[in-house]
Design a protein around this ligand. Structure first.
Ligand SMILES: [Zn+2]
Length: 140
């Protein structure tokens, strides 16, 4: 996975992310992206355990431990995370950049546009920091 590779995402995955984001607003929603290679196969919506969930997110660590455990026993891999920006910022915030691990993870950010329609942007957290990823939507 690098920033030149387009992500493959199922339409059901995108629908689950935007539904979680809409439902959590004005708090940030978050969760774990599961898949293989550049393909996001499913999403695990988790609790946002941040002390300030309207401005920050923190994936429930117990859910993350469980997801990694499942991956080790042959399940889909943890390839990244999603969270939402109810304020409409459709890119990583300064806080996100500061917490970047530069570990090659995929970050998906859900944000509403000026009409209130939620959409997503995809990012690669690589050695150079966040770079925009293109994505293809597959059916189902
Ligand atoms: Zn953010």
């Amino acid at each position: 996975m690098n920033a030149q590779t387009a992500l493959q995402m199922g339409s059901a995955v995108i629908a689950a992310i935007t539904a979680a984001a809409r439902g959590a607003a004005p708090r940030e929603a978050c969760g774990i992206l599961l898949g293989r290679g550049a393909c996001v196969e499913s999403v695990l919506v988790t609790a946002n355990v941040s002390a300030d969930p309207t401005r920050h997110f923190e994936v429930d660590p117990a859910a993350l431990v469980a997801a990694h455990k499942t991956a080790r026993s042959g399940g889909a891999k943890v390839i990244g995370y999603f969270h939402s920006h109810p304020n409409g910022l459709a890119r990583p915030s300064a806080t996100d950049a500061a917490s970047s691990a530069r570990n090659g993870a995929v970050w998906v950010i859900a944000a509403p546009d000026s009409d209130g329609t939620w959409g997503i942007t995809c990012w690669h957290d690589g050695a150079a920091g966040f770079e925009r990823l293109s994505y293809h939507v597959s059916g189902g």
